[in-house]
Ligand binder design. Sequence first.
Ligand SMILES: *[C@@H]1O[C@H](CO)[C@@H](O)[C@H](O)[C@H]1NC(C)=O
Ligand SMILES: *[C@@H]1O[C@H](CO)[C@@H](O)[C@H](O)[C@H]1NC(C)=O
Ligand SMILES: *[C@@H]1O[C@H](CO)[C@@H](O)[C@H](O)[C@H]1NC(C)=O
Ligand SMILES: *[C@@H]1O[C@H](CO)[C@@H](O)[C@H](O)[C@H]1NC(C)=O
Ligand SMILES: *[C@@H]1O[C@H](CO)[C@@H](O)[C@H](O)[C@H]1NC(C)=O
Ligand SMILES: *[C@@H]1O[C@H](CO)[C@@H](O)[C@H](O)[C@H]1NC(C)=O
Ligand SMILES: *[C@@H]1O[C@H](CO)[C@@H](O)[C@H](O)[C@H]1NC(C)=O
Length: 505
Amino acid sequence: MRIGIVSVFLILLTIFLSLQALAKSSSSSSDFQCKAWLVQSIPTDMPHLPLVPGVLSTGDVLKWMAGNASVSLDVMAQYWQLVSHPEDSRSGDYGYSQQQMHKFGADQGFDVYKALESAADRNVGIRLLSHSGVYPDYTEEPSNLASGRPNVRNVTLLLSDWWGSGIVHAKVWISDVQDIYIGSANNDWKSLTQVKEVGIYLVGCPRVAEMVGVYFNNLWKLASLNASAHTRTVWDRQWQINRTVPCWSHFLDVNLRSPLPDYVEVPHVAGYPVLVDPYMFVMPIHTPGYNEVLVSQPHYNYLSFAPPELSFGKNQADEQAWVDTIKSVTAGQTVRINTMDWLGQSQYISQTVVYSKQATVKVLVARWAHFINSTDPYLKSLLYSNVLCSSSKYNKCSGKIEIKYYEVPGYNLTGPAVSNGTKTGNSYPGYTRVNHGKYAVSDVRAHIGTSNLIWDYFYTTAGVSFGTYNPAIVSQLQKIFDADWNSPYAVPVVPLEDGLANSSW
Ligand SMILES: *[C@@H]1O[C@H](CO)[C@@H](O)[C@H](O)[C@H]1NC(C)=O
Ligand SMILES: *[C@@H]1O[C@H](CO)[C@@H](O)[C@H](O)[C@H]1NC(C)=O
Ligand SMILES: *[C@@H]1O[C@H](CO)[C@@H](O)[C@H](O)[C@H]1NC(C)=O
Ligand SMILES: *[C@@H]1O[C@H](CO)[C@@H](O)[C@H](O)[C@H]1NC(C)=O
Ligand SMILES: *[C@@H]1O[C@H](CO)[C@@H](O)[C@H](O)[C@H]1NC(C)=O
Ligand SMILES: *[C@@H]1O[C@H](CO)[C@@H](O)[C@H](O)[C@H]1NC(C)=O
Ligand SMILES: *[C@@H]1O[C@H](CO)[C@@H](O)[C@H](O)[C@H]1NC(C)=O
C-alpha cells in the first residue's frame, strides 16, 4: 500500500515535471507571444506630415531596449554619435546654442546613451560592434562605455579588409536574446529626431533573436580573425571587376572551409546565390500598435543578410529578399519602395514587375545635402520605360512607374552654424534632414532593411532585414509610405523629354 502511494506520487511528479519542461521548451522556441511594432523617426519641423497611429518612436524603443536588458545586449552600429557636440568645432553640430540643440531633439540621443550606460552599470553583458566610426568621434562612445567595465566589450570591424570595400551598415539591437530592433536608424542623436528612419521592434521573440544573434556572432568572429590570411582575389564575371572575398566565398571555384559556423553552401555562381526556397518561419506576430482584425494568425516571415558569405542556414541574401518583395506584388497592385540612394540595376522593376504584372511601382528617393548627382539620370531612364512601353501599340501598358524625391524641409541648409569663426547661415546641423529609411512593401509582403538600393552594396556591406507576409505589418508599412508619398515633401521626378531620352538611352 505504501509502495503504491509512493509510486503514484512519483508518476504524478514525473508527469508534472515533463509537462513543465514541455511548456518551457515551447515558450522559448516557438515565440507564441512575439509582438511587433513599426518604429519611425520623424524630423522636427515637418508639420504637414500626418502621423500613422500605433507607430513607436526610435528614441523610445532604443531607450527601452537598453532599459529592459537584464542579461545581454548586442548592438551593431556603423558609428556612434548619440551625444551631440555643439561645442566641438570639428562637429556638424558646431555653433548651435543649447536651446537650439534642445529644439532639434538632441536630448533623446543623450537619453539613449545614458540608458546604455545604466545597463553597463547594472552588469548587463554588452557587446558593441561597429565600423571604425566617423569624424570626429570615431569610437569614442563605445570605448567610453567599455572603459573600465569588463562586462562591456567593443570591437571594430573593417569590412574593407574582407571585401575590398564596404562597411558595417546594419543597425541592429538584440536585448536578452528576445527583443530586437532592425532598421535604418544609426546610433546617432540625429537619427532619432532629424533624420527620417523606419524600423521594426520585435518583443518577446527569442527564435528570431537567436537567428539574428548567429549573424552577430559571425561578424564578431570576423573582427578577431586575420583578414589577409582568410581572403582571396577573384574575377567577378557579373560586375567585371576584381573582388576581394573571404576564402570560403561562393565566388571561388575551390572555396576553403569557413571559420564561421553554419555557413550556407551554394555552388559557384557568377553573381549572387538565389535560393529556390529561402527559409521562412511561420509564426503569429501580434501587432498591439495596429488593432486591425488581421492579427494573430501565423504567417510567413524571414530574415535576410548581406554579404552572402555571412549568411547561414537557408536564409536568403538581402538582394534576393528585396527583389522577391518587389516581385511579390500581385497583378494590378502597387509596390512601394523607399530608399535613400538609388543606383544601378533597375531591370527587376521595369521588366519583371511593371510589364508582366501590370503593377504600379512607386519609388521614393531622398534628395538631400549629400545627394548623389548621378542618381537623377538613373531615375529618369527608369521613368522612361513608361514612355517606351506606350510607344508601341502592341504593348499592354496598364502598369507604370512613379518616382518622387523626398525633400525634408531645410535639407539644403545643413551644416555647422559657425565655420572658421563666421556664421554659415545654416539652420540645421550637418548630416540631417534626410529620408534614410530602407524598405519595400507590396500588397502582400513587407521588407524592412538596413541597406540602400545601390545594388553593388549588397556584396560588400553588412546588412540585416526582416520581412513578413503579416497583413497588419504590411498594411501599416503601406500607411507609413503613403503618408510620405502624399505629403508636400514628396516632389515628382520629371521624366525626360522624348528626344532627350532617346539621345541618352
Ligand atoms: C521596457 O519595454 C517596454 C516596452 O516594450 C517599455 O514600456 C518599458 O518602459 C521598458 N522599460 C524600461 C525600464 O525601459
Ligand atoms: C574599446 O574600448 C577600449 C576601452 O575604452 C579602448 O581602449 C579601445 O580602443 C576600444 N576598442 C575599439 C576597437 O573600439
Ligand atoms: C596575417 O596573415 C598574413 C598572411 O598569412 C601573415 O603574413 C601575417 O603575419 C598575419 N598577421 C598576424 C598578426 O598574424
Ligand atoms: C584582375 O586581377 C588579375 C590577377 O591579379 C589581373 O591579371 C587583372 O589585370 C586584373 N583585372 C583588372 C581589371 O584589374
Ligand atoms: C551635385 O550637383 C550640385 C549642383 O550642380 C552641386 O552643387 C553638388 O556639389 C553636387 N553634389 C555632389 C555630391 O557632387
Ligand atoms: C533650398 O531648397 C528650396 C526648395 O527646393 C529652395 O526654394 C531654396 O531656394 C533652396 N535654398 C538654397 C539656399 O539653396
Ligand atoms: C578655414 O580657414 C582655413 C585657414 O584660414 C582654410 O584653410 C580653410 O579652407 C577654411 N575652411 C573653410 C571651410 O572655409
